[in-house]
Design a protein around this ligand. Structure first.
Ligand code: ADP
Ligand code: MG
Length: 341
């Protein structure tokens, strides 16, 4: 007898009941959560922000090196990151799953362990979702709801020339983490006796498997009295996101290459993989840091913040979006992004 439970033994309603039983509701604005035809929310005098992200097995994740618990955590974190990028606080999520037949009840519970830990960390209530079967792999679609005081949402389209361009944390690590995991998977498939060699790569792997939404910085900016003039989260890579800010704000930008924040493991591993570290930092995706602009008058409030780096400034649109190298040359930045098609 298998120690695992087939999903068909429990059924859709049994599974939902199990999920429901582990959920605690914490948000003031949640009136009714899982169990009725729809959730009921009471946001008060706030603006509501809503964002959805879908993750598809084989396209966005590979379960041979991404544990389900991490996947659940990441699926919530990337949605919370979108809410953060609006300068809002996340309050509720819904989780919709299409589940392939090879998944067991235990596997789905592991996924929900990660989802639940992320909900506790980011203080969001799981208030609903949908569950269905899939002929192929696992599909996870999460919708996140957040609240922001009226008029306080920060858009992509409102940066001005001369605003400072800021980024949180460091960049390029999640992309190199994926390169490392894919290399070790290949080594393992060629020779299953081999143990993965992740020495001096821990930070990269962690950044790939367990990204965090930068809600901490959203709270800190509020405490500092700094409202960004425009903001976006970095899911597809810095180059692509700065292009979005500039296109939507009608500006250009100058980014200083020597200011770009990167961990030493990024520099070392890029070299080991014969990749250009600047390309990894500019075009590596999935860092889920925040890219935002602030008025020059706010410089002193943020210049010494340990998690914020000023990497350039917005310019007139006619100047284009350019990278200035330490040798004094400038190059147009091209967004590579991630095309799934
Ligand atoms: P309906 O048939 O009206 O879509 P469901 O049986 O799908 O109702 O859902 C019943 C309740 O369980 C609803 O509150 C729904 O939001 C919730 N729910 C369904 N699937 C999930 C899931 N995967 N995660 C969280 N809540 C879920
Ligand atoms: Mg349903």
């Amino acid at each position: 007898m298998s120690e695992y439970t087939a999903l068909s033994d429990l059924g859709e309603f049994g599974l939902i009941r199990r999920i429901q039983n582990t959920i605690k509701l914490e948000q003031k604005s949640t009136v009714v959560g899982i169990g009725d035809d729809a959730a009921v929310l009471e946001p008060g005098e706030k603006n509501i922000v809503v964002s959805t992200d879908m993750l598809v097995e084989g396209v966005h994740f590979d379960l041979s090196f991404c544990p389900l618990r991490h996947l659940g955590y990441k699926a919530v974190a990337v949605n919370v990151s979108d809410i953060a990028a609006m300068n809002a606080l996340p309050t509720q999520i819904t989780v919709s799953l299409a589940i392939g037949s090879r998944y067991t009840v235990e596997a789905i519970e592991e996924l929900y362990d990660g989802i639940r830990i992320a909900c506790e960390n980011y203080k969001v209530d799981l208030v609903g979702g949908d569950t269905t079967s899939s002929n192929a792999g696992l599909v996870i679609s999460i919708t996140a709801i957040g609240e922001v005081a009226k008029g306080e949402a920060v858009l992509r389209s409102t940066a001005q020339p001369n605003d400072l361009i800021c980024v949180t944390g460091d960049l390029g690590a999640a992309y190199l983490g994926l390169q490392v995991l894919e290399r070790e998977k290949q080594v393992f498939m060629d020779n299953p006796e081999m143990q993965p060699d992740l020495q001096d790569k821990e930070y990269l792997v962690q950044r790939q498997l367990k990204p965090e939404a930068r809600m901490d910085v959203i709270h800190e900016l509020k405490e500092l009295g700094v409202k960004p003039t425009a903001m976006i989260d970095i899911s597809d890579g810095l180059a692509s996101e700065i292009m979005h800010l500039c296109a939507q704000s009608g500006t250009g930008a100058a980014i200083y290459q020597d200011k770009l924040p990167a961990d030493q493991q990024v520099l070392n591993t890029a070299e080991e993989f014969r990749l250009d570290p600047v390309t990894c930092i500019l075009n590596g995706g999935e860092d889920y840091e925040l890219l935002f602009t602030v008025n020059l008058a706010d410089l002193n409030k943020i210049r010494n913040h340990p998690d914020i780096t000023i990497i350039g400034k917005m310019t007139e649109a006619s100047e284009g979006v350019r990278l200035a190298t330490p040798s004094g040359n400038t190059f147009p930045i091209k967004a590579q992004g991630w095309t799934h098609f």
